[in-house]
Design a protein around this ligand. Sequence first.
Ligand code: FAD
Length: 313
Amino acid sequence: MTEVLVLIDAPDGKVTKPSLELLTIARRIGEPSAVVFGAADTDTLKQYGAEKIYTYDDSVYADFLVGPKAEALAQLVSETSPAAVLVGASTEGKEISARVALKTESGWISDAVDVQADGDTVTTTQSVFAGNFTVKSQVTKGAPIITVKPNSTTPEAADGAGTVEAKTAEISDAAKTAKVTSTKVKEASGRPELTEAAIVVSGGRGTGGDFTEVEAFADSLGAAVGASRAAVDSGWYPHSFQVGQTGKTVSPQLYVANGISGAIQHRAGMQTSKTIIAINKDDEAPIFELVDFGVVGDLKAVLPQATDEVKKR
Ligand code: FAD
């Protein structure tokens, strides 16, 4: 079986859920090989099916922006000729993978929601044009370099050999031009990251600017909070929480839209959610065309009751 390179994201050494999803997807295509820059919990990688674990332990990967990682990964692609390279569809993941595709003269596919293999052919599924079309894509030149959206699958454990191989790479001076000068600031809320969360509870103009009920319900479920652009443009919630065409794309197990009408630009960011619930006082709101369950009512009355019910269980 051909190996599939999976770029692992492991802040503070802890492997993220999207990386475990990538390992799960990689097993559909070939033998997963985890690629780790810095430290990562190799036991977890092994438990999720990594046959090999390539580790790059050098300060150059922490000190500089994406350049060194892209060069090292490109060298590994040339060395191993993998069936595919899977990378999380984060800002950093897209930047690294696009550079790897350029360096290895391979095709690049972004924002896949599914990846399947038929013999040697790897086919991806993407949701495009604000979710109006689903397209299947294949790379015709080089190893397919694919970014995959978080929550595209459920991580499944599987025993891998987990053979660790320490690697070094030649990093050019050009790759060391942009330096990391500050580290990522963690969200102070303690809630999960919006694009990675299994449950997202969002608020729109119908909140009237007060997200108290939305946040309380989100916290009762251990969910992330999202917002419509109307709420963001009104200054009620930060832009980093906006869901939609000009915000973030989420695909959680459960999406709860509160006081959100369901404009096409909002749908573009959430319609691939597995289960959708809406609370809206207008029974003709377009969001109800999309939902699995809908509640016609005032969110200020419905959400506190729902929060109490969840807390009782
Ligand atoms: P509204 O459309 O005003 O809907 C509010 C809803 O709340 C109504 O359905 C109302 O019945 C309901 N409501 C009111 N009070 C209550 C209550 N007490 N309880 C329950 N329900 C109540 N939008 C995004 O969200 N994300 C994007 O990324 C985005 N990108 C855009 C890009 C472009 C180029 C353009 C043109 C627009 C974009 N928009 C985006 C804006 C989008 O078109 C809508 O204007 C926006 O989504 C509306 O937000 P909303 O549903 O919160 O507000």
